[in-house]
Design a binder for this molecule. Structure first.
Ligand code: URA
Length: 435
């Protein structure tokens, strides 16, 4: 077998068998496949598409290109993955809530991508928190605490690392087949028994249209199940930020308020319960998703999820007193400026993508791979769809490193809000459930 032969077959519309896909994934990991060949492969998949067995085959092969964890624990190993959005800090609440319900959650997460925030960047706002740990430490921490949210080490799905970097510069990121194999190869390498997927749709999601979100959700569920992991997807709304803040430390504040009951955000609470309920049902810890949602709500309400979060933070190098002292422990930006509504009316629509880009512009996300993130900057008190505002009233607060940065971000934020007459159409939080 050789790379050229495999690419030619793909180009000519022939189907690839598992042996060819495994050969290619191993070649990506070992370096036997060149960047040019990886790019041609990705383009052929994007143009011709994969069949379901091919998508499952590539996912399995990329998963197996590195370490695949195995577990012997008294409870199920579960996880959640989100396709990404703005103000989406669900993972930080859900992982400890699942752990409090008896699940084990080795949550291998990513950094921000484009206009969306990343779970690892949010956690990096907590002083001392280590997101880079060995697989050995991930295993022991998950077994001991019940959850560990960390980055993928080099030995997890190395074929995906190679292919992802090539896709990024070859115009092939958008392929649903490749997105599916990329996301799932990393997630399934954690040795999961059940996975719940949060596929976002709307102005702040990568999938702006319902048809695209549904196609991605179906591909993800079908492929994960084909690869042997019980999986459910919820298509959830991203036509506005999930919480009223966007930015790393600012979202951790929202998380801590919800975990400690000092200021619950209903959308964050409800989505956490819905996704967690699905995961507990998959793992046999609840009779069904509704029962699971009730269990997650109890874990949040009782403070058990908060305790798990505090334990995880302390074990990973963060402050031992984070649960009690989080307001003093998080960085704050030196400039805080109000963004004012240019006219009176009701918030009819929000360009959530633009809000995400405003946060990136403030330094809360990356424009280039090597950019350093400023954890303190971002937006808070963001007005929601349906909110009534008077002319000159506040639409959001900008947290910035300088007055100049704040002015630039404020202009982008004002432009992101469509304010008009009459009541707004409010979208449901969960649009669809895909089994
Ligand atoms: N996240 C991934 O890990 N891979 C993709 O291709 C897209 C999002």
């Amino acid at each position: 077998m050789d790379a050229r032969g495999i690419i030619t077959r793909l180009r000519d519309g022939e189907r690839l068998d598992d042996a060819a896909l495994t050969w290619f994934a191993e070649g990506l990991a070992s370096g036997a496949v060149t960047d040019a060949q990886a790019g041609a492969f990705a383009m052929a998949v994007l143009l011709n598409g994969f069949s379901t067995p091919e998508r499952v085959g590539l996912t399995r092969a990329m998963r197996d290109s590195g370490l695949v964890l195995d577990w012997h624990l008294p409870g199920p190993v579960l996880d959640k993955h989100s396709t990404g959005g703005v103000g989406d800090c669900v993972s930080l609440v859900l992982a400890p809530a699942l752990a409090a319900c008896g699940a084990y959650v080795p949550m291998i997460s990513g950094r921000g991508l484009g206009h969306t925030g990343g779970t690892l960047d949010k956690l990096a706002a907590i002083p001392g928190y280590r997101t880079e740990i060995s697989v050995c430490e991930l295993k022991s921490l998950t077994a001991e605490v019940g959850c560990a949210i960390v980055g993928a080490s080099a030995d997890i799905a190395p074929a995906d690392k190679r292919l992802y970097a090539v896709r990024d510069v070859s115009g092939t990121v958008e392929s649903i087949d490749l997105i599916t194999a990329s996301i799932l190869s990393k997630k399934l390498a954690a040795g999961l028994e059940g996975l719940v997927l949060d596929v976002k749709v709307g102005s702040g999601a990568f999938m702006k249209e319902m048809g695209d979100a549904e196609a991605l959700a179906r591909a993800l569920v079908e492929t994960a199940q084909g690869a042997g992991c019980m999986t459910t997807a919820l298509i959830t709304d991203m036509s506005q930020p999930l919480v009223a803040a966007a930015g790393n430390a600012l979202e951790v504040i929202e998380v801590m308020e919800t975990l400690t009951g000092t200021g619950v955000t209903p959308a964050l609470w409800d989505i956490t319960c819905a996704l967690g309920g699905e995961a507990l049902a998959l793992g046999g810890l609840a009779e069904d998703a509704a029962d699971g949602a009730r269990r997650i709500a109890r874990a949040l309400d009782s403070g058990e999820a908060a305790l798990k979060f505090g334990e995880m933070v302390a074990e990973l190098g963060g402050p031992a007193d984070f649960i009690e002292r989080w307001p003093d422990r998080l960085p704050a930006a030196p400039v805080v400026q109000e963004v004012r509504a240019p006219r009176a009316g009701v918030v009819q629509a929000i360009d959530t993508h633009a809000l995400g880009l405003a946060v990136v512009g403030l330094g809360g996300g990356r424009r280039r791979e090597r950019d350093r993130i400023n954890p303190s900057v971002g937006l808070s008190e963001i007005a929601a769809l349906g909110d009534e505002v008077g002319a000159g009233e506040m639409l959001a607060l900008v947290h910035a490193a300088s007055e100049t940065d704040a002015e630039a971000a404020a202009a982008g934020v004002v432009a992101a809000f469509a304010i008009g007459e009459g009541p707004a159409t409010l979208p449901p939080l969960v649009h669809q459930r895909i089994l």
